[in-house]
Design a binder for this molecule. Sequence first.
Ligand SMILES: [Mg+2]
Length: 174
Amino acid sequence: MSRIDYNLKSIRAIAFDVDGVLSPSTIPMSAEGVPMRMANLKDGYAMHVAAKAGIRLAIITGADVPAIPGRFDVIGVQDIFMGVSDKLPVYEKWLKDNGLEASETAYMGDDIPDIPVLRRCGLAVAPRDAAAEVKAVARFVTGADGGYGAARELLEEVLRAKGLWPAHSEAYGW
Ligand SMILES: [Mg+2]
């Protein structure tokens, strides 16, 4: 029995915010003050497994840096939307372009710009350290903070529900 109160078998695609979700809310800055994102390797493995299993993955972020496609293209995230200030129209177009119903998608976000998509998508998920307003609209709040395994929790629940989470003997190679 999943900890998530949703028909996880119906999830065909998952979209993620980056800052505060795939990367922590507190991050290093370069000497010039440029934020340096961080990536969680266990999130990355689960994203790779999900992509290989045919779950469509997307990133919708206000950030616009080469590090994001550099990291997530390789893992199998097919749709990467950067420099997005208004996320809902991008999410709607993503649904349309991929023949997805909102109910077949999950979205994970951590702050106020994510709320319109969280309200629209089927399964709204927030990391434990998301803004209070965001947690209030989320159907599932992860036990982990953003950037520290929150995405892994969601992906593992979805993949287990679909019978696609690999046993150690059948773990996918890179
Ligand atoms: Mg964020």
